[in-house]
Design a binder for this molecule. Sequence first.
Ligand code: ADP
Ligand code: ZN
Length: 761
Amino acid sequence: MSTGASESIESHYVEVALPVPLRKLFTYDVPAKLRGSLKPGSRVAVPFSRRKLAGFVVAGREELPEGVSRALPVAGLLESEPVFSPELLRFLGRAAKYYMHPLGEVLRAAAPALPSGAMRRLREDGFLEATENLPGQRVAHHRTWKLTATGKDASAARLGARQRRLMDQFAGRDSILLEELRGEVSDPRAVARSLAEKGFLEVQEVEAIRDPFFRIPVTRDEPHPPTAAQRLAIGALVEALEKRSGQAFLLHGVTGSGKTEVYLRAIDQVRNSGRGAILLVPEIALTPQLVGRFRARFGDDIAVLHSALTARQREDAWQALRKGRVQVAIGARSALFAPVADLGLIVVDEEHDPSFKQDEGFRYHARDMALLRARDAGAICVLGSATPSVETYHRANHGLLGLLSLPSRATGATMPDVQIVDLRRHRVGPTGHPLISGPLFAALGRCLDQGHQAIVFLNRRGFAPSLRCESCGLVAECPACSVALTEHRGQGALRCHYCDFQRAIAIPCTACQGTEYKRLGVGTEQLQKAVEESFPDACVARLDRDTASGDGVEQVLDRLRSGEIDVLVGTQMVTKGHDIAGVTLVGVALADQSLAFPDFRASERTFQLLAQVAGRAGRADSPGEVVLQTFQPDHPAVRLAAQHDYESFYAEEIGARQEVGYPPFARLVSVRVHAGAEDEARRASQALADTARSHQSVQDGAVQVLGPAPAPLVRLRGRYHYRLLLKSPERKLLRNVTAHLAARIEAGLAPAHATLDIDPL
Ligand code: ADP
Ligand code: ZN
């Protein structure tokens, strides 16, 4: 289990993984100038069908493969150090095998982007031109001043007002970056210089990283003494860590039960033993608060991997993790590939969240791969959730995961009371809005009267999902995708939620030139308006993908935390782990939307959403209240979420899955075919179905082939999509049939394309 450095390759040839849709390695000659400089995991430039491609060295070899008489030489080494450690390279090899995806594409997906222009900077000798003097390399960094108090007592000194104000900023800390003074002290540079001359400060020029997660300084926290349940969980994790057992656990705890505290303790233990840890979260942009808790416990020596990082920042983080200078990486699903040295622990928070599934290119599930990477590296893996996925809970019940439970809230607060409002009986509410029923109106009124805050959740952004022409009945659709456009009244536009196509609302119907539209369904924008009109004195804000770009999320949450916002309306963005004390009421405007999805997981997904959103209420000392509006009050997902009864929901759901043979009782592979014309897509998917059906295991009935059928969105981004589903309780046989299809796909289906999705969501 070496996690150490890679060894130089001394052989004549190397095998290189290239980002091309072929599941094979390519052999290249190692020219004399590069001999001894290549290592497994090195990124190299190689000639490939009259182009130059960046690929990754996998291994050395002495002989050419059989039947090959000549190999082209490696053109150059693109980075002085290998991108992947032996541990990571081995893990990614296994992941590529599991998903039957070309290794080169897997490695490219896992590696930080190649610095722009690197291919062009290759010199004759096969090495890169020095980068130090290249313009544009350091844009993300800037020079700033770090001010450190010398300790000389300033209290009795004669200082100007601005100088005094600056010195006051040192209360409770030793050093400050110049830009942190912005808004506090005018012309801070001049003031700092004068204080330095008087001997109160030392000024040091430093490189500052602009990173939204590190902008606000945090103060260190002291851990709470653990509850009894936390102590058991922490004890089990610490023991597994010390034994390096490679065990995996499910940490099942209701919202607010102190799961994060357990992660912090386990990671602390890992750090103290000199090893590293990864924390995966569903959406890093939504978790500044969580990152703040980690910084408060561990200081700023953590790497937060998020999409706003520049190439340079990402490279810095990558280096720091690889060298072990920074031991903790936090990020969304791709942080699974963080090059943490001597990996001891991977935590997957909210493991049930569908965002852990990558749905393009290399389609992996970060939770499943976290289990694989951890086991391979001798690390332990912790999957945490209040509402575990059915698959995960099933595994825990069968002893494949250790089950750790936190059955009640850490602060002693009780779970909120949930009132179900049957919308079939409550038509239009007292203020004329169908979304604000009498009971919700009353609850909001009480909440606001008491000076508390509320969240109202609706699983759909926009104003109204769609517009139907009054005269011909046509629903306005996206010209590139087979979906209805969503009205966004704030922008006066109709938008496609798949490809972001936009058009003005105020244009005549494309079919009959009619100009009168009827609104179908509801979205968050309309809900916001309904709340505003029902409670004209309340401050109502909205949080969804439209309002929350960049810093938007944090700003809205800050305003909620500070008490400025009375009612926050939003999509599932409001359901993620925000712990806001003043929120005592949660309204669910319409629980039914996610039930309508044509997917065997619709019920599970609905239960998760409702249970998570209900968990937002009453986290501090005021008891919480939830009002849940629905047309299906008797649906198990709705009824049991209202009772906070995960076990009963699981029992119900697992029975249904067993009856129809869906995961975890069978495995699935989805084959996705797309083409520029519909009949091409249909023909290619039919050919693949025929290929699959010719396989012995399908003829035996051990593997089922369903389809081909048009995908739920036949037309997406201007292309036509068809699907084929393979299903079997026997993993091995299913893999055989899949491999058979993969070979057929690699042979080419032009003009159609096909991709495999193993364990689709
Ligand atoms: P979860 O991650 O399960 O939602 P958190 O770890 O965020 O739960 O904890 C919920 C709240 O309880 C937080 O405010 C946290 O500070 C507090 N908390 C956690 N553990 C304890 C404890 N042992 N004693 C008191 N409060 C705790
Ligand atoms: Zn579209």
